[in-house]
Design a protein around this ligand. Structure first.
Ligand code: GLN
Ligand code: ZN
Length: 764
């Protein structure tokens, strides 16, 4: 009756043990056996922890040394030729695929659905010869079995695997399905032989829009797997959204169970109950696997009980909405957190208890968990009405926003004229994106200041010296619009979160971003407001050091929301609007301090796009409105910039134009100006700086090559629109190299001013 299940657990360990082991291995201070031992210890601790917390269905193969999609590539033999032709890739090949090596590019990395986790993109082609290597899932299954735990191995399903892949020869990855299925069947067979009874097969693409080809692939794939392994039971696992009209397809698949994300879409439960066979296992994702708020037990119980009115209770499992890898590991590591705040939160370990309580309550009635329910209701009521959450002034201000607040005084053309008169910039003006090298020294001084071994005046002195050095370098290079360098910022979201009210922070709330990289997102707890200016002193100081125009620098509202854990009691749009108002005040203060240009970074605008196309318009509507709310309060003469990087922009280019920023700097160097294709169809109206210097590479860009990129840009854009800048901030680069690179970039701009078309080129 009503057992508790999980779909995946954080891999990094409660104290980031995996990160430390990996990084020690990469620098050579830990050998392969040591890494394997560390990984095995982490796995064992995860299984035992889940078992001790009363979880009945525990996964294996949800662990990964780097990434589960990369693991899947190795599982099915999808190893591109440049990494060698060894039949079973060893650790060296594995990490080479993840991280590259001199002369060998790593696999591409991209965001996993709408999370902040990055996966490695499988690289396939018609020559890919799939072959099963089930050694990893087999080893993990056996390890857990030796602890007395018969796990439910997790596999990334074949269709989602292909839909997450790219073809290096340009074809449709789904065409490769027939070759892939025997490898999957072999893996299933091996797991069954090892004693597995159930397999969790993850197909999150069933919660996205599917083409007819995608739907056909599901039919083909699951028919083949069922035929090959008729006795193995498959739990088809969907998450990150509702299955919607894919339900008609799902019910026809020869599987034995279905997992639904009822946090993202509780409304899908009734349709699913009506559609699926009564003998299927039904896994109900009622505890949020993507956010760290404590569950409201009554609400979760109501869903489980509703399911039990139509589905046999012994075939219902209580589960998180998705893998718990997207939340931090253990709240008990948060020593020193405010007790009230801590009482509202639940990390992966605490979520295990929630699952167990909900399963027990569903099986035995409220009385069985009476004291938990009393405490949980009191917590929920206190959280809802707490002054940490409710700020009447911020609410009233957000409610009073009008359409006028989203509108600059004059249209771009008029602003443009006034801004040109004020700024007196040359054609092809040069600038950078904001940050300058965050050297080991910068990080050391910050750590010393935080630890108390460096006092505030000492830290300030250091930051001022660094800022002055940054401005000197920009002047020496001949840049036209300068920045202060962002040395005082640890992180572009955390810095603002720490200065806004309504935010909280964890000490140890790490979640994996990719590989060994972890992030500690801020928590947006309640209504947001700005107690005092956040960036003005640094901007004013920087402007005082130069006669060149200085660009004030802030992070935009959408990016702040996107890279935080957001309160779940109000719509995200409302949270974003409050942040936009706080930033509007900051921008007004920067303007009053004499900054002629203010840049509002929105690198995360694109990644907030919903997975279903029918929800995209609504998202873009509020996201664009929030950006405009933040930036529209300034005078016409004040120039607003924005910046975006590292995603696909072609499909949202009209929303980007709707931001009505005077200038946008945007990533293009990596994709060789692929973005410009969008401008064949869409005449981008305002100023635009297509990044010409790939800052993710240590290579020094050549002036001629950058000039060539700019000339290409000028074929699609009016020359007077075009700005010259790198792809992104320079914080990961070193001082010596950026001096050369930026001089080359300025050289490229000079070349264009002299000869816009190129001596033997043509300008259309
Ligand atoms: N202004 C920020 C910087 O230069 C922008 C960072 C980003 O786009 N991710 O670092
Ligand atoms: Zn960027």
């Amino acid at each position: 009756m009503f057992s508790a299940a999980t779909l995946g657990f954080p891999r990094i360990g409660p104290r980031r043990e995996l990160k430390h082991a990996l990084e020690a291995y990469w620098i050579g201070s830990l050998d392969a056996a040591g890494l394997e031992r560390a990984a095995a210890e982490i796995r064992t601790a995860r299984w035992l922890r889940q078992a001790h917390h009363g979880i009945a269905a525990i996964p294996s193969n949800d662990f990964s040394l780097y990434d589960h999609v990369l693991d899947t590539c190795c599982l099915v033999g999808a190893v591109p030729e440049r990494f060698g032709r060894a039949p079973a890739p060893g650790l060296q090949t594995y990490f080479r695929m993840a991280r590259g090596q001199a002369g060998i590019a790593a696999l591409e990395m991209t965001k996993w659905f709408d999370t902040n986790y990055h996966y490695l993109v499988p690289e396939l082609c018609s020559a890919t010869r799939f072959a099963a290597d089930p050694s990893k899932p087999l080893r993990e299954f056996a390890e857990a079995l030796s602890l007395g735990i018969r796990t439910r191995p997790v596999l990334l399903g074949p269709v989602t695997f292909l839909l997450s892949a790219k073809r290096s020869d340009g074809g449709d990855p789904l065409e490769l399905l027939p070759g892939l299925l025997p490898a999957y069947a072999a893996v299933l067979g091996a797991l069954r032989d090892a004693g597995a009874e159930w397999i969790q097969i993850d197909e999150p693409c069933l919660a996205t829009d599917l083409t007819p080809g995608g739907r056909a692939a599901y039919l083909t794939a699951y028919a083949a797997l069922a035929a090959a392994q008729p006795h193995l039971r498959l739990l088809l696992t969907t998450y990150f959204g509702g299955v919607g009209d894919q339900l008609a397809l799902i019910r026809t698949l020869p599987v034995h169970g279905l997992h639904l994300d009822l946090v993202r879409d509780p409304g899908q439960l009734d349709a699913a109950l009506a559609a699926i066979p009564r003998w299927w296992l039904l896994s109900l994702g009622v505890v949020d696997g993507r956010n760290l708020w404590r569950a409201e037990l009554d609400r979760a119980l109501a869903l489980v009980r509703r399911a039990a009115t139509q589905h046999p209770a012994d075939l219902i499992q209580v589960a998180p909405s998705c893998s718990l890898m997207h939340v931090p590991v253990d709240l008990d590591e948060e020593r020193g957190m405010d007790a009230t705040m801590a009482s509202w939160l639940s990390f992966a370990v605490q979520k295990l208890d929630e699952l167990k309580s909900i399963a027990l309550g569903a099986a035995s009635g409220d009385a069985a968990i009476a004291h938990l329910l009393v405490e949980n209701r009191a917590m929920a009521a206190a959280r809802a009405s707490s002054p940490l959450r409710q700020d009447a002034v911020a609410q009233a201000r957000a409610a009073a926003v009008t359409a006028d607040d989203l509108q600059r005084t004059s249209p771009f053309r008029q602003r443009d004229t006034l801004q040109r008169t004020r700024l007196r910039l040359p054609a092809f003006p040069t600038t950078t994106i904001g940050s300058f090298p965050q050297t080991a020294d910068v990080r050391r001084q910050r750590a010393a200041f935080k630890a108390g071994s460096l006092d505030e005046p000492g830290y300030e002195r250091f930051l001022r010296a660094e800022t002055a050095r940054c401005i000197r370098l920009q002047e020496d290079c001949g840049l036209d619009v300068l920045v202060h360098g962002e040395f005082e910022r640890n992180d572009m979201v955390e810095y603002f979160g720490e200065r806004l009210s309504g935010f909280a922070f964890t000490l140890n709330g790490w979640v994996q971003s990719y590989g060994s990289r972890c992030v500690k997102p801020p928590i947006i707890v309640g209504d947001v407001s700005r107690p005092q200016p956040m960036t003005v002193d640094w901007a004013r100081y920087a402007q005082s050091l130069t006669a060149k125009p200085m660009k004030g620098m802030i992070t935009g509202p959408v990016t702040i929301v996107q890279w935080s854990f957001v309160r779940d009691d109000v719509p995200r749009a409302r949270v974003c609007r409050q942040i936009a108002l706080a930033l509007r005040d900051e921008i007004a203060d920067l303007e009053a301090a004499g900054l002629p240009i203010i840049q509002v970074d929105e690198p995360a605008l694109r990644e907030g796009l919903p997975l279903r196309s029918c929800e995209r318009e609504a998202y873009l509507g509020w996201a664009v409105a929030c950006f405009r709310l933040a930036t529209s309060g300034v005078r016409d003469e004040t120039q607003i910039h924005t910046h975006m990087c590292y995603s696909e922009f072609n499909d949202i280019i009209s929303a980007i134009a709707d931001l009505d920023a005077d200038v946008i700097s945007i990533e293009t160097a990596r994709s060789r100006m692929e973005l410009l294709d969008a401008f064949e169809r869409f005449a981008y109206p305002n100023g635009i700086g297509p990044g010409v210097y790939d800052i993710h590479s240590p290579a020094i860009p050549d002036a001629g090559a950058m000039a060539a990129l700019l000339r290409r840009a000028c074929r699609h854009l009016r020359p007077e629109q075009v700005w010259v800048n790198p792809d992104c901030g320079l914080k990961t680069r070193g001082w010596a190299e950026i001096g050369v690179s930026l001089r080359n970039m300025v050289q490229a701009a000079l070349e264009l001013r002299r000869d816009p078309a190129g001596s033997n080129g043509t300008s259309q």
